[in-house]
Each structure stands twice: as structure tokens, then as C-alpha cells.
Design a protein. Structure first.
Length: 182
């Protein structure tokens, strides 16, 4: 039987892999040497700690993906879902790495116990490439005075706590083309 998938161009394979969680895209690298650079060039990254056997494996895989990529290769979207206090300290590092690569879509969900509070990096407020920002179950400390999201169209907050409640009302001022705020 002929292997029809192998004759597809890399761009098509990359597009197909973009519909899978990154963990499963990465597992295609065992198929052949050709597959490793394909999954490492994915523009859309999706990591959910619950799809890994433990927190250290999750951390290792995300760091490997971030560090193994070409520095010039953009990350169009990054979705991170974490339910471990052990991993959330790394989340801000992952966010910063994505911002350095021009992330346009950022979806961060933290689902730890009620005792633990995750505070997102203030660097996020200097990301000029964001078009979509979705934050769930986290804290935002005082927002810097120099905030501007020139491309942001969608902004979703779900169970986001602000240290200064007036900051929530400033977001429409920071986002001149905002279309969806919830």
C-alpha cells in the first residue's frame, strides 16, 4: 500500500498537525526524520498539563518545544492550561518566549486550588502583536501606565482578579480596535 501522507508537502503536513494538541504533533517525530522539523515549525501551540503523565514531563516538553524552535520562527498562537502549582511558575517564561516570537493569540488558563494564586507577567501589557487575549483564573497586578494593544480585537477575562479594580475599566482605552470584550 502506498503511503500517501509522506508525499504531501511540509506546509500541508504542518497545517494538518496544527489541529492536534502539540503533545500529539510532537509524537509524530518518531515516524521518520522528516517529521521532527515539521512539528517544530508549528505556528499554533496547545499545551494542557492534564494530557501529560506528570508535571515534570509537561514542563520538559514545553521547554523543549520553545527552545528547539528556530528563533526567527513565529508563534501565531499559544494556549496553555495548567492545574499545577509546580508548573505555573514556568508559565510566565513560556508567555515571554511566545511574545518574543510575535504571538497573536494567547489563551492562558490556570486551574489550581483556591489557595494558590497565579499572577501573570506584567510584560504581557507590552505585547504589540496580540490580536486575541484570553485569561482565566489568574491575577493581574497593577497595570503599567504604558499599555497599548494596537492590534487587539478580542479580550476575554474569566475569573481574573485585578489588584486595582479600576484597571479593568482602562482596557478599552488601551485597545483602539477592540471588537469583543467579555
Amino acid at each position: 500500500m502506498e503511503d500517501r501522507i509522506s508525499i504531501l508537502p511540509d506546509s500541508i503536513l504542518c497545517h494538518i498537525l496544527s489541529f492536534l494538541p502539540t503533545k500529539f504533533s510532537a509524537s509524530t517525530s518518531i515516524l521518520s526524520k522528516r517529521w521532527k522539523p515539521i512539528w517544530l515549525s508549528l505556528l499554533h501551540l496547545d499545551f494542557d498539563v492534564q494530557s501529560f503523565k506528570d508535571f515534570n514531563t509537561f514542563r520538559h516538553v514545553v521547554y523543549s518545544v520553545m527552545l528547539s524552535r528556530e528563533v526567527t520562527l513565529p508563534i501565531k498562537s499559544l494556549r496553555l492550561k495548567s492545574c499545577s502549582e509546580h508548573v505555573v511558575n514556568d508559565i510566565n517564561g513560556f508567555i515571554n518566549a511566545a511574545m518574543q516570537r510575535g504571538v497573536e493569540y494567547l489563551d492562558i488558563e490556570i486551574t489550581t486550588g483556591e489557595d494558590f494564586v497565579f499572577t501573570i507577567t506584567p510584560n504581557i501589557f507590552s505585547c504589540k502583536t496580540l490580536k486575541v487575549l484570553k485569561l482565566k483564573n489568574l491575577n493581574v497586578n497593577k497595570i503599567p501606565t504604558q499599555v497599548h494593544f494596537p492590534l487587539l480585537k478580542i479580550l476575554h477575562f474569566d475569573k481574573v482578579r485585578f489588584s486595582c479594580y479600576e484597571d479593568i475599566f482602562k482596557f478599552p482605552l488601551f485597545c483602539p480596535i477592540l471588537e469583543d470584550l467579555s
